[in-house]
Design a protein around this ligand. Structure first.
Ligand SMILES: CC(C)(COP(=O)(O)OP(=O)(O)OC[C@H]1O[C@@H](n2cnc3c(N)ncnc32)[C@H](O)[C@@H]1OP(=O)(O)O)[C@@H](O)C(=O)NCCC(=O)NCCSC(=O)CC(=O)CCCCCCCCCCCCC(=O)O
Ligand SMILES: NC(=O)C1=CN([C@@H]2O[C@H](COP(=O)(O)OP(=O)(O)OC[C@H]3O[C@@H](n4cnc5c(N)ncnc54)[C@H](O)[C@@H]3O)[C@@H](O)[C@H]2O)C=CC1
Length: 727
């Protein structure tokens, strides 16, 4: 838990031990405190070094124990940090790997901090719905000043040793053996006065405009937080550091921590933390899993199509230092694509430069632009990102199957189409897989990995490993129209549009959904993505356009309710942001500011009149429940169909791909929080009111879970019938 040893004559080394990340469980904290006391009591010890086992200092408090914390538990970690600082002998933190959260708090209790050049430090607590509660919000501002402390504590970002040195968090960077250097330093400083090294005794560096800095920070985090409480509470705690003596600031920090711990948001954000890690450990009902399948190395990759998605995918691959071949259909598109990729890479390089990272990502030697499929002969993996058109995709895959080397993996970025149908035209269907990136592909963290019927475990392992290499979260799902993400999106968007028919304005629906915490409501999202995308898909499905059977009622398809509103908008060229108008009006084509559009109000009134719909007032509760419960209901059906193997998979997809607010833990977590009987009864109510909307009819699986007494979320999948598995 914490190993105590002597190094040389006069230095005690305390090494934190708790694989894999030396989390500060109560046993570790206790052993650390004992070590510090032992060193203090031993007159032959003149100085102390604290370090971590396996090249990591510590990733902080053990998050798994938070759910069992009682509000009145003694803050043992904070007491230990104080104990370290009060030590009569100099204590040096030797930081390797990470010193995060409570790990950094321990280091701040030390009198000196040295770090390896590759080490990272930070206070990521805000991302877990809490704040640094072992006196971190009181020590960091004293050490590095308010503006920098606000940045680090409210964003949770990790900083590399070089930046930490610049900020004053650490005293020295080491390239070789950090612990040896710490021992040297400890020996050197023993006997020197410790008062000036105790951060709690320092005043917070004063600034003339302190009040303004704090208020601006509050406005900024409130705007960004979308209902998340922790960033605001972090600012309150930092404000206490400015306004109160250290001990009182610590009291305030604890009070705010207790409030956050009990808020429910912390539980949701910590669930999301573990869900993200759980999805990496994919398993198929056959027993094949991440443990048994091995990924193949990808050195050279190709991307076909450099449109919205392809250019972002190329950027991601280049950033991950792969050799990349980028292919387009004609010279004009190739030139446009090249320019777009170049500017994305330049932007990435400048971002990296700002954060002190090396920026050799733009090396043109690693990137080849071509019109020639022959250039794909030696690539290890291809990602196809051409138009969403099955015939075109098949044509491309047929070609790839003959041109690429037999062991190459063939991936499609389709957002909804059948992976098996695409794989069927190749000679190696077991090497075909869906890799569904999200827009913008170089930014969004999600990679939905879609397994076809023949996809091999090696192909899955390689695609999941690619996600990790690209710094994304891969989630393995089964093959069906829209997979997990877009399949659940469909009933959500459908409800939003039906609500317009019934009397809402787009901004009312968006405000309700954004008030819940989404970055964008459905109409702003549709305008951004382009209304023509869905239109093309609906035409393909024969729901509108030339394939629609003559005489089909305007608002009905196969006895289900259908809204032709988005088709009408597209017929008028209102494709969204790119056209300067869609559900909203923009300042110009490509403009970003969505303004309510009087034209649309008139259009909606006329539409309602034509179809004999009496507009009614729809309250926020109904807007939210209709949109979100329809989406969640589909999630239950997806679990029942075994398209997703666990609720965590769905939640991670929604958090990282669709902007579901993390503090609400994802749609399935949200359902478990509000209670399955509640979700069921609201769906029943709405489906009785709208019997022609099948997506409001509660999923039989949801009904089953309620009948079983609403078991906890982690038990849901044990109640799914196995034979229907698509995974
Ligand atoms: C560290 C990482 C960057 C490593 O990343 P990577 O190598 O990619 O590995 P992972 O797959 O992410 O992780 C490997 C494995 O480790 C698990 N794990 C990681 N971190 C933790 C952790 N902190 N705790 C537990 N487990 C952890 C992870 O889940 C993986 O395991 P698996 O799931 O089985 O696969 C990366 O892991 C990372 O970023 N980790 C999180 C870092 C973090 O967020 N740290 C902050 C932790 S919170 C903290 O430190 C809080 C504090 O400031 C102190 C709070 C004080 C609490 C005091 C209690 C007092 C209570 C009463 C108050 C009231 C007082 C009164 O009334 O008076
Ligand atoms: N736009 C989005 O937000 C998302 C799109 N997708 C999917 O990604 C794929 C691509 O979508 P977008 O990038 O939006 O399309 P896009 O229309 O922006 O780009 C497609 C590109 O493919 C090129 N192309 C067409 N035929 C080609 C051929 N034979 N050879 C080489 N290049 C060819 C086109 O010139 C164009 O540049 C589609 O399957 C889409 O469903 C997936 C996730 C999100």
């Amino acid at each position: 838990m914490a190993q105590y040893r002597r190094a040389g004559a006069a230095v005690a080394v305390i090494r934190l031990h708790n694989a894999p990340v030396n989390a500060l469980s109560s046993a570790v904290v206790q052993a650390l405190a004992q070590g510090v006391k032992k060193a203090d009591l031993d007159p032959s010890v003149k100085a102390v070094v604290i370090c971590g086992a396996n090249g990591k200092f510590s990733a902080g408090a053990d998050i798994r124990t938070f759910s069992s914390l009682q509000p009145r538990d003694r803050p043992a970690l904070a007491e230990t940090v104080s104990l370290i600082e009060r030590s009569q002998k100099p204590v040096v933190a030797a930081i390797e790997g990470v010193a995060l959260g409570g790990g950094l708090e321990v280091a701040l209790g030390c009198h000196y901090r040295i770090a390896h050049a590759q080490a990272r430090v930070g206070f990521p607590e805000v991302l877990l719905g809490i704040l640094p509660a072992a006196e971190g919000t009181q020590r960091l501002p004293r050490l590095i000043g308010i503006p920098a402390a606000l940045d680090l504590i409210t964003t949770g970002r990790h900083v590399l040793a070089a930046e930490a040195l610049k900020l004053g968090i650490i005293d020295e960077i080491v390239k070789e053996n950090t612990v040896e250097r710490a021992i040297e330093l400890a020996s050197k400083v023993s006997g020197q006065p410790l008062g000036p090294r105790k951060i709690s005794l320092k005043p917070v560096p004063d600034l003339p405009d302190m009040e303004a800095i704090l208020s601006e920070a509050l406005v900024k985090v409130k705007r960004k937080a979308r209902g998340r409480l922790s960033p605001e509470m972090c600012i309150q705690a930092i404000k206490a550091a400015v306004q109160l003596p250290f001990a009182e600031g610590v009291e305030k920090e604890r009070e705010l921590f207790r409030f956050l711990l009990g808020s429910g948001q912390a539980k949701a954000q910590q669930y999301a933390f573990f869900a993200e890690r759980a999805v990496e450990k994919w398993t198929m009902p056959s027993g094949t899993s991440w443990k048994t399948a091995s990924a193949q190395p990808i050195r050279k990759a190709a991307v076909i199509g450099l449109g919205t998605m392809g250019r972002g995918i190329v950027t991601s691959l280049v950033k991950a230092k792969m050799l990349v071949v980028a292919l387009e259909q004609d010279q004009k598109q190739l030139d446009i694509g090249r320019e777009a990729v170049t500017s994305l890479l330049q932007w990435e390089a400048s971002k990296m430069q700002q954060s002190g990272q090396s920026q050799d990502i733009c090396d043109p030697a690693r990137l080849q632009f071509t019109l020639d499929f022959g250039a794909l002969r030696d690539v290890d993996l291809v990602i196809e990102a051409v138009f969403e058109d099955m015939a075109l995709k098949k044509e491309i895959f047929r070609k790839l199957s003959t041109i690429c080397k037999p062991e190459a993996f063939l991936c499609t970025n389709t957002s909804a189409l059948d992976i098996d149908e695409i794989a069927a035209v190749t000679s190696h269907p077991h090497q075909v897989i869906g890799t569904h990136f999200f827009s913008p592909a170089h930014v969004m963290k999600l990679l939905e990995v879609i397994r076809g019927h023949h996809t091999s475990p090696t192909t899955i392992a390689t695609a999941m490993s690619l996600a990790k290499t690209l710094n994304k979260v891969g989630v393995l799902v089964g093959n069906c129209f829209g997979f997990v993400g877009n399949r659940m999106m469909a009933p959500y968007v459908e409800q939003a549009i039906f609500l317009l028919e019934e009397g809402c304005k787009p901004e009312e629906v968006d405000q309700a959904v954004e008030g819940f915490g989404f970055h964008m409501g459905p109409f702003r999202m549709l305008d951004l993505a382009g209304l023509d995308v869905g239109w093309r898909s609906r035409k393909g499905q024969g729901l509108t356009g030339p394939k629609l059977a003559p005489g089909t009622p305007a608002r009905q398809r196969e006895s289900r309710r259908y809204s032709p509103l988005p088709d009408f908008l597209c017929e008028q060229g209102r494709y969204g942001q790119k056209a300067g108008k869609g559900w909203y009006l923009y300042e110009k084509p490509g403009g970003r500011t969505a303004n309510p559009d009087p034209w649309l109000y008139n259009f909606l009134s006329e539409y309602r009149e034509t179809h004999g719909i009496k507009a009614r007032f729809v309250d926020q509760e109904e807007i939210l429940e209709r949109c979100l419960y329809a989406l969640i209901n589909e999630g239950f059906q997806i679990l029942a169909d075994r398209i997703a193997s666990a609720p965590e998979d769905i939640d991670v997809i929604y958090i990282y791909g669709y902007g579901w607010p993390t503090h609400r833990g994802g749609p399935m977590f949200h359902a478990s929080t509000v209670g399955l009987p509640h979700v069921l009864s609201r769906l029943q109510k709405y489906s009785e009111a709208h019997p022609d909307i099948p997506k409001l009819q509660p999923s039989p699986f949801l009904k089953k879970l309620v009948a079983l007494g609403s078991p906890p979320l982690r038990e849901w999948v044990s109640h799914v019938r196995q034979p229907s598995s698509k995974l």
